[in-house]
Design a protein around this ligand. Structure first.
Ligand code: NAD
Ligand code: TYD
Length: 347
C-alpha cells in the first residue's frame, strides 16, 4: 500500500510515520509537509534512511503541487495530519488556520476525487465538540455530540470535518474521521503544555499556568493514537467518525505538578497567568465505539507515559534546543511577555 502522510514532519504525523514503517514494513510512506515552524526534518532523520520512505515539501493548499504529487504517485491512502494546530496562535492570527485547515483539506479531497483513492482519513480533534462543565464528570463526548466550537482553531477543524463528510455524501469519497483528545510524547513542539513545562522547568524558568489551572484535558500517549488511526484506516467503516481517548483526565495544574515532581523541581516555579480567551474547561472522550468496533484500547497509562515523555526530553536535548534557539524566543516573548501574573493560593 502507498500512503501519503501529510504533516508528517510535525508531532503526531512523525510518530505515525515511524509507527507505519515499523509495523507495516511492506508499505510505502510519502510524507507531504510544508515545513512550517512546526515541521522539523531532524525528526524525520531516521525515516529518511528507510527506502520505503520519501519526503516531499509542499503546501496542502497548493493545488498544482498536490495534483502533481497524486498524478506521479497514485497513492492508495491519504492520512491528513497537516494543520495549524495551536489554539493560542489561532487566537492571535486566525487566517492561516482557515487557509491550511479548511482550504488545504478541500484541495486534498479534490485530489482524491480526481485521481481516485481507497481511503482518505482526516485527523480531527475532540475540540470540535466544544467543552464540558467541570461539575458534570458523568458527561463525555460521543461521536453524535453536536459540533460546538470555541476557538478559531477548533472552528477550522470542524469546518474541515464537515467538508470531509460532504465529500463522502455527495461524491461517495471513501473517508473516515478520527477525533482525538490531547496527545503527548516524543517530538511534541514546545509551544504545547507538556513540553513547554518540561523545558521551562529544566531551565528553572517560571511555568505559566493559564487562569486557575483547573481546566481538564484527556491525555493520550501519541503511540496509542497512531495505533488507533492505523486500525481505522485499515479496518474502519467508510463514512464513519471514531472518537479516540483513554479516560486519562487531568487538571492542568496536576499535570504541571507531576512534571515538576519527575524533574525534582520546586512548585515555586508555577506562576498563574492571564487566562486564554474562551478557554475550554474540560475535554473528555467516550471511546466506546472504537473499542467495540475495532478492539482498540490505549495501552499507556498517564503515570507511565509522562515518565517516558520527561525521559525523552532529557535524552533529546539537542532536538528541542535547536527549536528554542530560533524564532521560538520571539514567539515566547510575544505570547507570554504581556501576560499578567495572577494570585492563586498554592493549596
Ligand atoms: P503539529 O503542529 O506538531 O504539526 C503540524 C505539521 O503540519 C507540521 O509538520 C507542519 O509543517 C505541517 N503543516 C502545517 N501547515 C501545512 C500546510 N499548509 N501544508 C503542509 N503541511 C503543513 O501538529 P500535531 O500536534 O502533530 O497535530 C497533527 C494533527 O492532529 C492536526 O490535524 C491536529 O489538529 C490534530 N490533533 C492534534 C492533537 C494534539 O494533541 N496535538 C489532538 C487531536 C488532534
Ligand atoms: P495546549 O497544549 O495548548 O493544548 P489544547 O489547548 O489544544 O488543549 O494546552 C493544554 C492546556 O494547558 C490548556 O487548557 C491550556 C493550558 N496551557 C497553560 O496553562 N499554559 C501554557 O503555557 C499552555 C501552552 C497551555
Amino acid at each position: 500500500m502507498k500512503i501519503i502522510v501529510t504533516g508528517g514532519a510535525g508531532f503526531i504525523g512523525s510518530n505515525f510515520v515511524y509507527y507505519e514503517l515499523n509495523n507495516h514494513p511492506e508499505d510505502e510512506i510519502i510524507c507531504l509537509d510544508a515545513l512550517t515552524y512546526a515541521g522539523n526534518m531532524e525528526t524525520l532523520a531516521e525515516a529518511q534512511k528507510n527506502p520505503q520512505f520519501k519526503f516531499v515539501k509542499a503546501d496542502i493548499a497548493d493545488r498544482t503541487a498536490v495534483y502533481k504529487l497524486f498524478e506521479a504517485e497514485k497513492p492508495d491512502v491519504v492520512v491528513n495530519f497537516a494543520a495549524e494546530s495551536h489554539v493560542d496562535r489561532s487566537i492571535e492570527n486566525p487566517e492561516i488556520f482557515l487557509q491550511t485547515n479548511v482550504i488545504g483539506t478541500s484541495v486534498l479531497l479534490d485530489a482524491c476525487r480526481k485521481y481516485g483513492i481507497q481511503r482518505y482519513h482526516q485527523v480531527s480533534t475532540d475540540e470540535v465538540y466544544g467543552d464540558l462543565p467541570l461539575d458534570r464528570p458523568d458527561l463525555f463526548f460521543t461521536e453524535t455530540t453536536p459540533l460546538h466550537t470555541s476557538s478559531p482553531y477548533s472552528s477550522s477543524k470542524a469546518g474541515a470535518d464537515l467538508l470531509v463528510q460532504a465529500y463522502h455524501r455527495t461524491y461517495k469519497l471513501p473517508v473516515t474521521i478520527s477525533r482525538c483528545s490531547n496527545n503527548y510524547g516524543p517530538y511534541h513542539f514546545p509551544e504545547k503544555l507538556i513540553p513547554l513545562m518540561i523545558i521551562n522547568a529544566l531551565a528553572d524558568k517560571k511555568l505559566p499556568v493559564y487562569g486557575d489551572g483547573l481546566n481538564v484535558r484527556d491525555w493520550l500517549y501519541v503511540e496509542d493514537h497512531c495505533a488507533a488511526i492505523d486500525l481505522i484506516v485499515r479496518k474502519g467503516k467508510v463514512g464513519e467518525v471514531y472518537n479516540i481517548g483513554g479516560h486519562n483526565e487531568r487538571a492542568n495544574i496536576d499535570v504541571v505538578k507531576t512534571i515538576l515532581q519527575e524533574l525534582g523541581k520546586s512548585e515555586d516555579l508555577i506562576e498563574h497567568v492571564t487566562d486564554r480567551k474562551g478557554h475550554d474547561r474540560r475535554y473528555a472522550i467516550d471511546p466506546t465505539k472504537i473499542h467495540e468496533e475495532l478492539g482498540w484500547l490505549p495501552v499507556t497509562k498517564f503515570e507511565d507515559g509522562i515518565k517516558k515523555t520527561v525521559q525523552w526530553y532529557l535524552e533529546h536535548r539537542e532536538w528541542w534546543e535547536h527549536i528554542i534557539s530560533g524564532d521560538y524566543q520571539n514567539y515566547y516573548q510575544d505570547m507570554y511577555g504581556k501576560k499578567e501574573v495572577l494570585e492563586y493560593s498554592r493549596a
